[in-house]
Design a protein around this ligand. Structure first.
Ligand code: 5RP
Length: 261
């Protein structure tokens, strides 16, 4: 029931609900990964069931694909869809230019490929994800397992010449073993505290042979939908500069909470 939602879940939910209203009949939609994106998938599932909304979804992870299927959303691969109208996804941080850090859920590679193959990317986030400068959240970098320790050393050497505040790195673990992504790679998290020039860092990281992708999303996101713990939602369109604000009444949405554990 809505009363059981924590304040942060309420913020994530209202952002997700507002963004799901951007989806129109017949659209091909990229479905993001993470707790905020899961709310969005549930909202879309509800629209499919109650309104007969017809959409084709391309999930950005195996877990999002499983959730979407469970909710009756038609799922295809990106190669089948070829190009998408819209991708809606969460983020770990966003700045004023809507540059992002993503990958807290280890899905950054598929997320970046899907978002980049979309006419529009909309990020959904609670207000705490907005930052003046990226970097407090550890930057995930997806690396191939072959020679990953050497790749990590090369990354650390690169960081010496970059405008960042911290330079330690860590291999992301799943228990005691390296976490393996959907694409069979490892994640090295960079603890940078502040990234002075995200664009330069993203380009430099992508020059390192063992690096597959970084979680820096530069010039990919077009709009952010920010949820507040009080139910307020703000949308910001990067291109038009338009900002809208509204309040979403969560109490009207009790159906969607019934199946949530
Ligand atoms: C997964 C991601 C997520 O979108 C990001 O970690 C935000 O997750 P959440 O909505 O749970 O806070 O990038 O790789």
């Amino acid at each position: 029931m809505p009363a059981e939602l924590s304040p942060i879940d309420k913020a994530k939910y209202v952002a997700a609900r507002r963004a799901s209203a951007l989806v129109e009949d017949g659209m091909k939609v990229g479905l993001g990964t993470g707790s905020t994106a899961a709310w969005m998938v549930r909202c879309l599932g509800e629209r499919v069931r109650d309104e007969g909304l017809r959409i084709t979804g391309v999930p950005t992870s195996s877990r999002t694909g499983a959730l979407a299927r469970q909710l009756g959303i038609e799922i295809v691969t990106l190669d089948e869809a070829k190009w998408l109208d819209l991708t809606i996804d969460g983020a770990d941080e966003f700045d004023a230019e809507l540059n992002l850090i993503k990958g807290g859920g280890a899905a950054l590679l598929q997320e970046k490929i899907v978002a980049s193959a979309s006419d529009r990317m909309v990020v959904i986030a609670d207000a705490a994800k907005e930052v003046a400068q990226l970097g407090a959240f550890p930057l995930p970098v997806e690396v191939v397992p072959f020679g990953w320790q050497t790749t990590r050393t090369v990354i650390e050497e690169l960081l010496i010449s970059m405008d960042v505040l911290g330079r330690t790195t860590s291999l992301r673990l799943n228990g005691t073993q390296p976490l393996v992504t959907d694409e069979g790679h490892y994640i090295v998290d960079l603890h940078l505290n502040r990234i002075g020039n995200p664009r330069a860092l993203a380009l430099a990281l992508n020059q390192i042979p063992g690096v597959v992708e970084s979680g820096l999303f530069i010039d990919i996101c077009d709009m952010v939908v920010i949820g507040g713990t009080d139910g307020r939602v703000e949308t910001r369109d990067l291109h038009t500069g338009a900002i809208t604000q509204e309040v979403i009444d969560v109490s009207e949405d009790s159906n969607i909470f019934k199946d949530i554990d």
